[in-house]
Write a new protein. Structure first.
Length: 171
């Protein structure tokens, strides 16, 4: 494309230039949130969520703003949305993805020496220690003795109690 100035440099012509509007339209791009973004329960969210842009932005251009995720801190999946991510030179088609909060690993060990006399009532509580990791803030874990569930099954299959090890289940 030549400018009016380039046209006027030819002395063989008497040029009358009639200008007109020239429109620059936004370049269409697709922003796709990268899959597999996550954190462990109670960890801090990443500073920013990752995404790809196709086709590439013009040299020197960037998108401003940031992606955001749906609120919540419990274990589960949360949609990542466009938030304020923008650039007026581009028309953005946005492809969302999920952010996952995974369970915080802890190790719970039943305390040794817990017993029950054959035929006696179940103990009110089984004791345990958290031997790896830690609970968060006011979180707690509850125990439901596996014996209670076994007793229900035994009344159908075998009503007699058995002497031996019974393993509690922590839920």
């Amino acid at each position: 494309m030549q400018s009016a100035r380039a046209l006027s440099n030819n002395s063989n012509y008497s040029i009358t230039f009639v200008s007109n509007n020239f429109t620059i339209t936004a370049k269409p791009i697709t922003v796709t949130v990268n899959a597999g973004q996550s954190k462990v329960y109670n960890a801090t969210d990443p500073i920013s969520f990752n995404y790809t842009v196709a086709p590439a932005l013009a040299a020197g251009d960037s998108l401003t703003g940031s992606l955001v995720r749906a609120p919540g801190e419990a274990v589960g999946t949360y949609a990542i949305s466009q938030g304020t991510l923008a650039n007026s030179n581009y028309s953005i088609t946005f492809v969302s993805n999920n952010f996952t909060i995974t369970a915080k690993p802890i190790t719970v060990t039943a305390n040794a020496g817990q017993t029950k006399v054959y035929g006696a009532a179940e103990p009110a509580n089984f004791t345990y220690s958290i031997t790896s990791g830690a609970l968060v803030g006011g979180d707690s874990i509850f125990r439901q003795p596996q014996q209670s569930r076994r007793r229900e099954r035994r009344t159908i299959h075998n009503p007699a109690e058995h002497i031996g090890l019974q393993e509690p289940t922590i839920t």
